[in-house]
Write a protein that binds this ligand. Structure first.
Ligand code: C2O
Ligand code: CU
Length: 431
């Protein structure tokens, strides 16, 4: 394909503009004539709206509220979403966070499409080829539009015969003005379930920072991270799971006689006869690096790498778009003087993400799932841990690997979205 202009100035944060990128994405999207299995219209609006809790907020809504409708598909189905911009002044797009869609469907304003202006629309079509928990959100002036409510969950269920649970619940966690919400609610929610029921709770963290979740009253398993099931997850108790900003964690447990509470840091989910008052937050944190069953041979190994990239995050004073300030750096450079990670299709890519910036960064790679190989030089010993969003704390260094199998131009950025505006973004590009 030919790239004439990457639209650097508007890396997902700027105003609507014409990117001038020409990628023949038609070849990658479903045939135009194919009838969708799931068809949804999402209307984006800017202005005051009412959360499911009844709280009135000023922000951005999808079909009149937030979170937007849950898009539910079965594995393998063709999903078609018509995005209509009713009144979002800066324009709007939709990014399918965690779904490795074809490049032209990625919804990055200024890179894969132009932002959809007021009165216009854009149709997304992709195959939901992996079962799991995902979400969608605007990728235009994203630090404002996502924080303000322009998002929703996307759940891809396995084929009916492969469904392991009786109760499938969702917890979309978001900080709106006035406090933390779960599915737009301020208070604990009772989910219909009986003792003995097997439950999966899909926690989606749409906030800018990490959160903890856990189950009180029953042992549980961390069944999936970022849409991918873990292998051999053992039962744990009195331990919490970290959900990266932008990331997802699916917890599974059996409802006991005395009921269970899924802790979300307020506005918890209650199953069965759970006590009204929450207990303390568990002190221990589950480490996915050493959790579950390791495969006989790793799916990807650093020794086979075709490319090894450094993604070193720092911070220093300088000028960004002519603005003086204290900005994030990638490999010492200030945006746009940051790496263009260039790959060929089929490459095995190893990336070392080192954070020396003084703050945590939830790093998100578009279009690919990466396998965590090590943290601070300690190799992973548990289940394959595939991520699309990785919580990289200050002073931590992760080594991840992925196969370059999805041609296009892909953002690799911090999901604390105001950090993108402050320079914490680079791109992956296919030769
Ligand atoms: Cu969920 Cu580039 O974003
Ligand atoms: Cu960050």
């Amino acid at each position: 394909y030919s790239v004439t202009d990457l639209g650097y100035a508007d890396h997902g944060g700027g105003p609507a503009h014409h990117a001038g990128v020409s990628v023949p994405v038609d070849a990658l999207v479903p045939p135009a004539g194919a009838a969708p299995d799931v068809s949804v219209v999402l209307t984006a609006e800017q202005g005051p709206f009412t959360l499911p809790s009844g709280r009135r907020v000023e922000g951005y809504s999808v079909n009149g509220s937030s979170p937007g409708p849950v898009i539910e598909a079965e594995q393998g189905q063709l999903v078609e979403v018509r995005l209509v911009n009713e009144s979002v002044g800066d324009g709007v797009t939709l990014h399918w966070h965690g779904v490795d869609v074809p490049g032209g469907m990625d919804g990055v304003a200024g890179v894969t499409q132009n932002a959809v202006a007021v009165g216009e629309e854009f149709t997304y079509r992709f195959y939901a080829d992996r079962a799991g928990t995902y979400w969608y959100h605007s990728h235009q002036v994203a630090h404002e539009q996502v924080r303000g409510g322009l998002f929703g969950a996307l759940v891809v269920a396995p084929a009916a015969e492969a469904r392991p649970v009786e109760v499938d619940a969702l917890a979309v966690v978001h900080l709106f003005p006035g406090g933390r919400t779960v599915n737009g609610l301020d208070e604990d929610t009772a989910v219909a379930a009986a003792p003995g029921d097997r439950v999966r709770v899909r926690v989606v963290n749409t906030d800018a920072g990490p959160m903890q979740t856990w189950v009180e009253g029953a042992p549980f398993r961390l069944a999936a991270v970022d849409g991918t099931d873990l292998a051999g997850p053992e039962e744990v108790e009195d331990v919490s799971v970290t959900v990266t900003a932008g990331g997802r964690a699916d917890l599974e447990f059996t409802v006991p006689e005395g009921g269970a509470r899924v802790g979300l840091g307020g506005a918890d989910l209650l199953f069965g006869d759970a006590p009204d008052e929450p207990g303390p937050v568990p002190a221990a944190i589950l480490d996915p690096l050493h959790y579950g069953t390791a495969p006989p041979a790793p799916a990807l190994s650093a020794e086979d790498a075709d490319r090894v990239f450094e993604y070193a995050i720092g911070r220093r004073p300088g000028f960004l778009d002519g603005r003086p300030g204290l900005w994030w750096t990638v490999n010492g450079g200030l945006y746009p003087d940051v790496p263009m990670y260039t790959v060929a299709e089929g490459d095995l890519v190893v990336m070392r993400i080192a954070n020396g910036s003084g703050e945590v960064h939830p790093m998100h790679l578009h279009g690919h799932h990466a396998l965590v190989l090590s943290r601070d030089g300690v190799a992973a010993t548990g289940s394959p841990w595939w991520i699309d969003s990785l919580n990289v704390a200050d002073d931590e260094e992760y080594e991840i690997a992925f196969t370059a199998d999805n041609p296009g131009i892909w953002m690799d950025h911090c999901h604390n979205l105001s950090h993108v505006l402050e320079g914490l973004s680079a791109h992956l590009m296919y030769e």
